[in-house]
Write a protein that binds this ligand. Structure first.
Ligand SMILES: [Zn+2]
Ligand SMILES: [Zn+2]
Length: 386
């Protein structure tokens, strides 16, 4: 235990030889930050260290903090611990933290995005540097979608599905309100859709992040803010990108007739799709799917894996079956990362519990066989009861 490069403490994940924390959930002196999502980069730490690519989004979210940055792949030494950041593919600036001390190498992944069982550049996150596997003895992995039912479709298919929904609405003179997390998800939507269909406008909470992405060199379409649009007839052909909290709010009244949709990995859950309160659900996640998690873990060559946030028991069982030493850390991550609209939170939670139960009792193959078919994404009104 004393040789471990990362241990659990009440403040967060702690590196004993380096005397710093990784993504602490309580204020500490030295915080190494994997990415700028709120549950991983909290306020109140004295010193922050993050990947250079994260600087803009971190400052957008945290304001003026004592922040030191390090480009991907460069190393610094701190109390004999060599530290470097490596792309995680999750959001702009997201990083895995590589630690090397006394001949041992540990990597803490933070959140990461790897889709599918084989590497394919078309399936990378197109809004940030793609995930890079880093060899290590011990890999600390996330497991947000660590169940066999989570398998992302090719991105081209998914965005064609979103475009079709938007185009049909525009032809009917109806606004298209697409909700997703404002940091990461919103920018992937903006980058992935066909801008020739109509104007794109955003909720005021989305635009500061868009600016940080553009400043970092990510090519996003122009996105005026909805409240600043004078000519309301423009909304009838528009795609409106907004946070999940916009669902059913008074802010949506300005759009007149609209169709609403939600983009999240949780939309893979059959039960979550049988909601009546939102017209469409698109399966778009910034986290690795089940084959992606397996591929990423195997690529590290780690003999020991520690699982954080999400389905720890299922993932630990799979790792143990692979002959790896596996355990879990209890963390306080995941609260506000893949946020749900208020109206479907309970439905998603119930579907998730059912899916976890299935994963715990079925083989990997049997669980894969019950993945929702792509054509199952009919409008909610067609899908019947609960
Ligand atoms: Zn995250
Ligand atoms: Zn997370």
């Amino acid at each position: 235990m004393s040789e471990d490069l990362v241990v659990q403490r009440r403040e967060g994940l702690y590196c004993p030889p380096g005397d710093f924390y990784i993504d602490p959930w309580r204020p500490v002196d030295r915080a190494v930050i994997t990415h700028a999502h709120g549950d991983h980069s909290r306020r109140g730490n004295a010193h922050y260290l993050a990947a250079a690519a994260a600087e803009g989004v971190l400052r957008t979210r945290l304001g003026e903090v004592d922040l030191q940055t390090l480009p991907y792949g460069e190393t610094i030494d701190h109390l004999g611990v060599r530290l470097s950041f490596h792309p995680a593919g999750h959001v702009l600036g997201s990083a895995q933290v590589r630690l090397e001390h006394a001949g041992r190498v540990w990597v803490a992944s933070g959140d990461y995005y790897v889709a599918g069982g084989v590497s394919d550049a078309r399936e990378d996150n197109q809004t940030c540097a793609p995930f890079e596997p880093v060899r290590c003895h011990c890999f600390i992995t996330e497991s947000t979608f660590g169940l066999p039912i989570y398998r992302w479709r090719p991105q081209a298919e998914l965005f064609a599905e979103i475009d079709d929904w938007w185009r049909a609405n525009a032809e009917a003179g109806r606004a298209s309100l697409l909700m997703g997390y404002v940091f990461g998800k919103a920018q992937r939507i903006l980058k992935g859709v066909d801008c020739s269909i109509g104007p794109i406008v955003v909720h005021g909470a989305v635009e500061p992040l868009n600016r940080a992405y553009r400043a970092a060199g990510v090519d996003l379409p122009e996105t005026p803010i909805a409240t600043e649009i004078q000519d309301k007839s423009l909304f009838r052909r528009a795609l409106i990108v907004a946070p999940p909290s916009a669902q059913g709010s008074t802010w949506t009244r300005r759009f007149g007739d609209y169709s609403d949709a939600f983009a999240s990995g949780w939309m893979q859950l059959r039960g979550a799709r049988r909601r009546r309160s939102i017209d469409r659900g698109f399966v778009l996640s910034d986290h690795a799917d089940w084959p992606g998690l397996q591929r990423a873990i195997v690529a590290t060559g780690a003999e020991r894996v520690i699982v954080t946030h999400g389905y720890e028991a299922v993932m630990v069982r799979w790792l143990t079956d692979q002959g790896l030493e596996a355990s879990a850390f209890a963390t306080e991550y995941g609260q506000d990362d893949d946020e749900l609209p208020p109206a479907i939170g309970a439905e998603v939670a119930a579907a998730e519990r059912a899916a976890e139960h299935v994963a715990a009792t079925l083989s990997d193959e049997d669980a894969a066989a019950i993945v929702v078919a792509p054509d199952d994404d009919a409008p909610a009104d067609d899908t019947g009861g609960a």
